[in-house]
Write a protein that binds this ligand. Structure first.
Ligand code: HEM
Length: 295
């Protein structure tokens, strides 16, 4: 996003600040010394300081005519004429939060759910071995769009991981007009919080909702395009703009995972909402190479 070197110690420090920010994101808003909320506010300001510094450095490089060919989000944002430096920094923080945290939570959840469902792993391997054979017949080693469109069962696994994993559990909304809802009046100015996780775990909407069942998405009536009860990417005007990109990234990850590895978790470590979905022990795993017939 900003062309930072991941091995740079300041990036490590930034990571620490960012973790604090996340921990306090869903906490009681008491700004007292020692509270998670206060730490989160301090960390947010430190993260923004870092980002602002990067924005200023890049502005300086642009002014000096030595920007190089930084092919990153920061350069893209600089090319949007109407954005102030403050808006650019805010966009960067928003993107780190929206794009990184969500995906980095969904990936371990997929690994975790799949470990408990060998039949799904077998079916994924079959799908991806077929795709790998097609790539070999073309003499190519990189996945392309046609390959991606063949990953039908993979999409079912992704949907099911998102439904059961619930990385985004609720979405606050401000009521802009007083409405009546099921006999209650919700006044304008109130905040409502749709509990997405509750919808995803409702047995009247999803059969046996506690069960990881990617096959449920194969039924036409359950496809996300037809199913208003699938809300992992939000909905309406604020629908996640990264939805397709996220699915491509997850699909490529699953492709590599099932064709290259066999994995098992070392100890029970179920995901928990802490309040962000996470694994208390970091999901330690044993990994071996997968001896595929053609890879
Ligand atoms: C599996 C991964 C992801 C999940 C589950 C997810 C989920 C969501 C949800 C539920 C929202 C709606 C928030 C709201 O209504 O208030 C949202 C918004 C957003 N997402 Fe994602 N997202 C994912 C990946 C990404 C990626 C990869 C990007 C960028 C490349 C991204 C960029 C955004 C942005 C910029 C918004 C704000 C949109 C707005 O406020 O109008 N997301 N995401």
């Amino acid at each position: 996003m900003m062309n930072c070197d991941a091995n740079n110690p300041e990036v490590d420090q930034l990571r620490g600040e960012y973790i604090n920010l996340n921990k306090g994101l869903v906490s009681l808003p008491f700004n007292f010394p020692g509270t998670k909320y206060r730490k989160a506010l301090q960390s947010r300001s430190n993260v923004l300081k870092y980002i602002n510094q990067k924005v200023k450095e890049r502005q300086q490089q642009i002014n000096d005519g030595c920007e190089g060919n930084a092919d990153d989000l920061l350069s893209f944002l600089f090319n949007q004429i109407d954005l102030s430096e403050e808006e650019i920094a805010d966009h960067l923080l928003g993107f780190i939060f929206a794009a990184h945290d969500t995906l980095s939570s969904v990936i371990p959840l997929a690994i975790y759910f799949l470990e408990g469902c060998q039949r799904a792993v077998d079916q994924l391997r079959e799908e991806h071995l077929h795709i790998r054979k097609m790539m070999e017949s073309r003499g190519e080693t990189e996945l392309n769009w046609t390959d991606y469109k063949q990953m039908e069962f993979t999409q079912c696994v992704i949907n099911e991981t998102l439904r059961l994993g619930n990385v985004v559990r609720y979405l606050p909304r401000k009521v802009t007009k007083t409405i009546q809802f099921k006999g209650y009046e919700i006044p304008s100015g109130y905040t409502v919080i749709p509990a997405i996780a509750a919808v995803h775990m409702d047995p009247s909407l999803f059969d046996d909702p506690q069960c990881f069942n990617p096959w449920r998405w194969q039924r036409e009536s359950s496809s996300p395009a037809r199913n208003n009860n699938f809300m992992s990417f939000g909905g309406g005007q604020r629908l996640c703009p990264g939805i397709e990109f996220a699915k491509v990234e997850l699909s490529v990850f699953i492709h590599r995972l099932v064709l290259a590895y066999v994995w098992e978790t070392e100890e029970p470590d179920p995901p928990m909402a802490l309040p962000m979905v996470d694994f208390a022990r970091g999901l330690p795993m044993k990994i071996r190479p997968y001896m595929s017939p053609i890879v």
